[in-house]
Design a protein around this ligand. Structure first.
Ligand code: AP5
Ligand code: MG
Length: 216
């Protein structure tokens, strides 16, 4: 099955995707992670997109679509992708449909997490990520070990776009450009709405129920 996990910044897309990957042996395709990796490695693409990502705006569709096709076309990931942070506008959504058709696949479910801006601000302000294993913590909701270490060292870091000002900009981009594409998926009868403000385990359990039904 292929899944889209959908929601505003800080909704818990990455957190829930990681559980889904483990429980259902899927591959996580996070466009945000792919872009941050390019930025970290200072590749030509990375240098070109650093200021865009750090401002909370969207990177061009051309760049994103290339990244996506490389993965959808790979037989290793056939029918086992969880899309985290993609698609983000109608052009990307239509492009995804075309690519899936080309490689004989489809989307089985769109899981939409609903979270208010007040909660988002706190989640983004408190997020810490281990630069070694990518595990995500939160100072307020999901605290890291007491001495702030992971992987036996001081590897916990904040993302460069994780401050309240940029989070608000990311939220506005989501509301104006990304959220409207839900109509496209609602017409296809694929959207399941979940309250993203309950605890991590309850959300995980509801997602598990949906996916177990799809798996048959
Ligand atoms: P991206 O990396 O996709 O970021 P985002 O959409 O802003 O989402 P986040 O990663 O911030 O949040 P999340 O929903 O994954 O939450 P998480 O699970 O970490 O994109 C970043 C940028 O890249 C974009 O702004 C854009 O510039 C560019 N980009 C990416 N994709 C693109 C595309 N397709 N087209 C163009 N540009 C693109 O959780 C957040 C925190 O909350 C964590 O600390 C976690 O521990 C905690 N938490 C999670 N769930 C709960 C819960 N239920 N209760 C309490 N705490 C929780
Ligand atoms: Mg994420």
């Amino acid at each position: 099955m292929n899944i889209i996990i959908f929601g505003p910044p800080g909704a818990g897309k990455g957190t829930q995707s990681d559980f889904i990957v483990k429980n259902f042996n899927l591959y996580k395709l996070s466009t945000g992670d792919l872009l941050r990796n390019e930025i970290k490695k200072k590749t030509t693409l990375g240098l070109k997109i650093t200021s865009i990502v750090n401002s909370g705006a969207l990177v061009s569709d051309e760049i994103i679509n290339k990244l996506i096709e490389n993965i959808i076309s790979n037989k290793k990931y056939h029918n086992r992708i969880i899309f985290d942070g993609y698609p983000r506008n109608l052009f990307q959504a239509k492009n995804l449909n075309k690519l899936l058709l080309k490689y004989n696949q489809k989307i089985n479910i769109v899981i939409k997490l609903k979270v208010s801006l007040d909660v988002i601000k706190k989640r983004i302000a408190g997020r810490l990520i281990c630069s070694k294993c990518s595990k995500t913590f939160n100072e307020f909701f999901n605290p890291p070990p007491k001495n702030l270490t992971c992987c036996k060292g001081n590897f916990l870091q904040k993302r460069d776009d994780d401050n309240v000002k940029v989070a608000v900009k990311r939220y506005e981009t989501y509301e104006d450009t990304t959220k409207p594409i839900l109509k496209f998926y609602k017409k296809m009868n694929l959207v399941k709405d979940l309250n993203g403000e309950t605890d991590i385990e309850s959300i995980q359990s509801k997602i598990n129920d949906y996916l177990t039904v799809i798996e048959g």
